[in-house]
Write a protein that binds this ligand. Structure first.
Ligand SMILES: Cc1ncc(COP(=O)(O)O)c(C=O)c1O
Length: 382
């Protein structure tokens, strides 16, 4: 890795290809993917319809900018509107999660004319300037990222604290994750979100739901906040949206009006991204992936609950965190070395994060609980 800027701690495996829920290295070894490359792989690696959609699109037109009409964008937006349960929301397309949040925060500020924001302890919203300012991790901010707006971090599920922060800082928006990813799988309760929505409406503050990791069916609903019945003003998406094709998006309440030039991007909404996005939504629908997520969740939880060393199982659907009373790095290394199983981490060092492709089968997942037990025994005896 001599030529690459060395910012990622990486496992020592060299991946050459992938199919379904598995990755393969250059020696032909097969790895079970329980991390989906940061929760990006939704409909599975190398999915047939996905490959067909991208290859047939590139033969027609791979790219043009937003200076002309690209009907495939409308097709994508129409499909997203109907599947997501937000038929009347407008869609803005961009390229990544941070960019989706950056645009969401700008929109909230344009719409309200305000600039303060409320975010949550443990949050991660990306690395661009506004997104990193509402991320609860100072280490990710360079001096240049010092925000020119006030960010108040509050605790999840404490409505008194939210009321005080909203009433004293007059914020443009409150931004929350459907389920916190990097922070360690905590999430707002349904009652809390309902109270927060009421509070925000009373104070003309917008609610931004960051569903970049928890969206697209991963939680067992299309968006995790849909467990609560609230309707955020702005919803951001990325990861599962393009199944690996870089793509981000913002769903925007129809009361928020667009002006030429207020947002923009060169690559956002390009035909290849839209073709990928349409095929992802088709597969989610045709294979009833959200129902499958719920079934697989029950199957997995039943087995994991029998493992005493797991102190807590956090998250929903196929966005799960297994909390232990020791740091999980060695355990994760052992799962790869002994069983070829790739898992994820979080800012909570004791938490193992599981974000498999949503198409994972029971028989593929079945090896995981036993592998985990075996590694835990080995760790105990070492
Ligand atoms: C909840 C959440 N928001 C935003 C982001 C940033 O997305 P990206 O890395 O595509 O900029 C992430 C990435 O992990 C995320 O999990």
């Amino acid at each position: 890795m001599y030529n690459l800027f060395d910012v990622y701690p990486r496992f020592d495996i060299k991946i050459s290809k992938a199919k379904g829920s598995f990755l393969y290295d250059f020696n032909g070894n097969k790895y079970l993917d329980l991390y989906g490359g940061h929760g990006v792989i939704s409909i599975g690696h190398g999915q047939k319809e996905y490959i067909k959609a991208i290859t047939s699109q590139i033969k027609k037109i791979g790219f043009y900018s937003n200076s002309v009409n690209l009907p495939i964008q409308e097709k994508f937006a129409h499909k997203l509107n109907s599947i997501s349960g937000y038929p009347d929301y407008k869609v803005f397309l961009c390229n990544s999660g941070a960019e989706a949040n950056e645009n969401a925060l700008k929109l909230a500020s344009f719409h309200t004319g305000r600039k303060n924001v409320i975010a949550f302890r443990g949050s991660f919203h990306g690395r661009t300037s506004a997104a990193v300012a509402v991320t609860d991790n100072l280490e990710l901010s360079a001096p240049i990222n010092k925000p020119c707006f006030k960010v108040t971090f509050i605790s999840l599920n404490n409505i008194k604290e939210a009321r005080h922060a909203i009433e004293t800082t007059n914020p443009a928006a409150v931004i929350f994750e459907g389920i916190q990813g990097v922070g360690g799988l905590d999430y707002p309760t349904n009652t809390y979100l309902q109270q927060l929505e009421k509070l925000c409406k009373e104070n003309n503050t917008l609610i931004i739901a960051d569903e970049i990791q928890s969206g697209y069916g991963r939680s067992g609903k299309f968006f995790a906040h849909q467990y609560s019945g609230i309707k955020p003003d702005i919803i951001t998406m990325a990861k599962g949206m393009g199944n690996g094709f870089p793509m981000g998006g913002v769903l925007i309440h129809p009361d928020i009006k667009a002006n030429y030039g207020m947002l923009g991007t060169t690559f956002g909404g390009n035909p290849l991204a839209c073709a990928s996005g349409i095929s992802v939504l088709n597969v989610i629908q045709q294979k009833q992936l959200i129902d499958r997520v719920n079934k697989i969740n029950l199957f997995l939880l039943k087995q994991l609950k029998e493992i005493d060393s797991i102190k807590k199982i956090k998250g929903k659907g196929l966005m799960l965190g297994l909390e232990f009373d020791f740091p999980v790095m060695e355990l994760r290394k052992m799962l790869i070395a002994d069983f070829n199983i790739i898992t994820g981490s979080s800012s909570n060092k004791n938490l193992l994060r599981i974000l498999p492709p949503l198409i994972i089968k029971k028989k593929e997942l079945n090896v995981f609980p036993n592998a985990l037990k075996s590694c835990l025994l080995k760790l105990k005896s070492s």
